[in-house]
Design a protein around this ligand. Structure first.
Ligand SMILES: [Zn+2]
Length: 444
């Protein structure tokens, strides 16, 4: 097949069929005609890429995930590393600030704490949205790197101290005790923090959605504006590095206790809410709930167990902040004002759905940590609880946010959620309470 003419092999409809590559001189950046290959083909260069046997517990048999761009014939994954930040990397290269062929030096970057391997790492059904070996690639795949393969970590583990004004207050009020190890003077909290980039095993993702892999690949291709043509042309590649936000884990207490069934464990799975988490907006309960989660984690760690906060970049129920702010306006401006009985309807009017977080992928990270039981799940979300329980993790207690931690304007959200089936120790709000629960007007 000529270099400048690429056929889509995977999709059936003929309307889809042919792409022509663009001659680069159109971009006026090079003088010699070159071609951008819009898609690749299995065996195009002769050599087949290293296969990935997802779910294989031996990382050498599983094979490394190679999404780097330095040698196209080495690539065995669709997309590229760094999630959403790959676009910024493109800008850095386009502007000349970064060399396209830069190879990272990973000296001294290895994990600061030991996690796994756990049996879940060898289960193709338990973990489908991250690479369980993503933090260990520099150690495990040394021989491949020496052969010239550009293998990059998708997980990094480090140590930190965090400090929040609420912690200082909790220490002052003796709700949180300084022990000198977990909580230090001044409310400094010693944590292990882990950053995870998404790595999707497409057959597993499709299975969680209950759709055919081919249908999933086609919609991913279409809904990203045709960003990754390999999704439809390379049915031999099943791993995708999606350009989305990742996940951060904060571990409080001994990391080894997390998977120890004899030690108590507290968990808060938290979805990003920049407005509240960072800026203290009072329209929702996100930051108070996050702080409450941290307090419960500290308490559990100080009782000999450990605590885990998982922070997902799924802003505004994965609808994004623009949609979220539009919904806020719609809520505040609707006839009758912002009220609990119209809380979910307003989101649906703008976004088409109430929620896009797809919590069925969320438990993967808990399985990666080796969690089999959560003694205290700090969440009221029925979606999160169901996803965790259905994935085989036992949840002993569900911990709601204390009533007096809820900002006044956030009562609309919390009453609507309780009425919709979120976990509550109180009575489920009836129609009258729903209609009566009102928030502030826009601008007040
Ligand atoms: Zn929020």
């Amino acid at each position: 097949m000529p270099d400048n003419e690429i056929e889509l092999l995977y999709s059936k409809p003929k309307s889809f069929v042919k792409f022509l590559s663009y001659p680069l001189p159109l971009l006026r950046t090079v003088s010699k005609p070159k071609h951008i290959v819009l898609t690749s083909h299995p065996g195009r260069s002769g050599a087949k890429p290293i296969p990935i046997h997802w779910g294989e517990i031996d990382p050498l048999k599983r094979g490394p995930v190679i999404g780097s761009l330095s040698k196209s014939s080495h690539r065995n994954a669709i997309g590229t590393h760094s999630g959403a930040y790959s676009v910024y990397r493109a800008l850095a290269i386009a502007s000349g600030a970064l060399q396209a062929d830069h190879r990272p030096d990973f000296t001294n970057t290895s994990p600061a704490e030991h996690i796994g391997p756990h049996p879940s790492w060898g289960d193709a059904k338990k973990i489908v949205s991250l690479d369980p070996f993503g933090g260990l690639v520099s150690e495990i795949y040394t021989s491949f790197s020496q052969q010239g393969y550009d293998i990059r970590p998708t997980i990094a583990i480090t140590k930190a101290h965090i400090n929040m004004p609420e912690m200082q207050d909790a220490v002052a009020k003796k709700r949180v005790l300084v022990d000198g190890k977990i909580v230090k003077a001044g409310g400094n909290l010693a944590v292990t923090k882990i950053a995870i980039d998404p790595v999707w095993y497409l057959p597993g993702i499709a299975d969680r959605l209950g759709v055919e892999e081919s249908a999933l690949r086609r919609v991913l291709f279409q809904q990203t504006g045709g960003m990754f043509s390999d999704l439809v042309t390379r049915p031999d590649l099943h791993v995708f590095l999606p350009p989305i936000g990742g996940t951060t884990i904060y571990i409080i207490g001994d990391v080894a206790h997390i998977s120890d069934p004899d030690k108590p464990l507290a968990v808060r799975v938290h979805d990003e809410c920049n407005g509240s988490d960072v800026f203290g907006s009072d329209i929702c309960t996100c930051r108070p709930y996050l702080v409450h989660g941290i307090e419960v984690c500290i308490e559990t760690a100080q009782a000999g167990g450990s605590g885990v906060i998982v922070y997902f970049r799924k802003e505004g129920r994965a609808l994004g902040e623009v949609t979220k702010f539009l919904v806020y306006n719609a809520r505040k401006r609707q006839e009758g004002g912002d009220r609990a009985d119209a809380y979910f309807t307003r989101t649906e009017c703008v976004a088409g759905v109430q929620d896009m977080r797809f919590q069925e992928l969320m438990p993967d990270v808990l399985h990666w940590l080796g969690i089999s039981r959560i003694d205290r799940l700090v969440s009221m979300s029925d979606l999160k609880y169901n996803a965790i329980s259905n994935s085989g993790i036992q949840v002993v207690d569900r911990i709601p946010i204390p009533e007096d931690w809820i900002p006044a304007d956030a009562q609309v959200e919390i009453i609507a959620k309780k009425a919709a089936g979120y976990y509550t120790l109180d009575q489920v709000p009836d129609v009258k309470i729903l209609a009566e629960t009102q928030g502030r007007n826009l601008g007040d």
